[in-house]
Design a protein around this ligand. Sequence first.
Ligand SMILES: *Cc1c(COP(=O)(O)O)cnc(C)c1O
Length: 368
Amino acid sequence: MPKAQETVLEINLSALGHNYNYLKSKVNTSVKLMAVVKAFGYGSDSVMVAKELQTLGADYFAVAYTSEGVRLRDENITTPILVLHPLANAFKELIERCLEPSIYSLKTLREFIATAQTLKQKEYPIHLKFNSGLNRLGFNEKDVPEMYSLLKNTTAVKVTSLMSHLVASEDHNLTDFTHNQISSFVSFTEDFKTEFGYMPMRHQSNTSGILNFPEAHFDMVRSGIGLYGYGNSSTEDLALKPIATLKSVISQLHNIPKGSSVGYNRGFIADRTTVSATIPLGHADGIGRQYGKGKGCFIVNGKKAPILGNVCMDMTMVDVTGIECQEGDEVIIFGAYQNASEFAKGAQTISYEILTSVSQRVKRTFCR
Ligand SMILES: *Cc1c(COP(=O)(O)O)cnc(C)c1O
């Protein structure tokens, strides 16, 4: 790999292929895989990731919002795309770009049917989301009779899948809760089948559901974090490969005498002679201020260098006392040596948050 000369997020497309194959190996061959590429592909690059996964044979993509699906269509992604959380103001565009909505309430169902009828659609594919306990999006049991009657009174839409989302599939202390979610989803789907005479595709599992709950694989699984190389557990992390490495360089070294300070508001005061390295990325690049004052460490020549004082907008200073290094040397923020979960733990957050925080200012590069 060439050494970084500026801040880059390096995305390894072979690692993505490895993760895809690993996740596929965890489900029966008949189970479809929906690749979740929302939020810029978890902070990587949704277009490059989707192109690679389309080549690998992903059955479906999922994005959160319509604009994210439009971006993929603009880049010739032809695989079906589910929009997990479409808002009614985008329904027209969603249909025009052949995106498929998750419909989660009576209001969204009414509004979507109206838009589909206006655009003269017949059997437009929709996905019904059932609330099995997350209490975030989804039909509740009391909505079901009216939902049925709305569906029976139109030919503009056709239910392609029934879906739900697990609350705590990574948490082994909450397996009873998860099993309840699975059984309430199953009864929802069986009731639908009795009412309409066919069973749409069913899907409920995210990455940790794939890894921990084979009984919740149904006809399709939805993986996001696993494709990017994280399994919400240190053992699963070993089988997966992080696809993104955030790297930078040392811009300048300073010798800080005892009693002098580093950075804004004197966030760090040296209690001994300290060598500080200035790195060209800051909170505008996604390294939040919660990583400051030693909560986060960067890796300099294989060694941990804790953040000194406050993270600035465009720069971060780290402690390289005792680490052999020079101006121009490469620095790793996460990826090799410390993965994004380990880095995030310092600031009491999770891989999902740090991955999706890497801002659009950071250049993306690709390798295999
Ligand atoms: C984001 C999301 C996923 C992906 O979850 P991971 O834990 O990243 O695999 C799956 N389903 C829904 C509804 C989501 O919002």
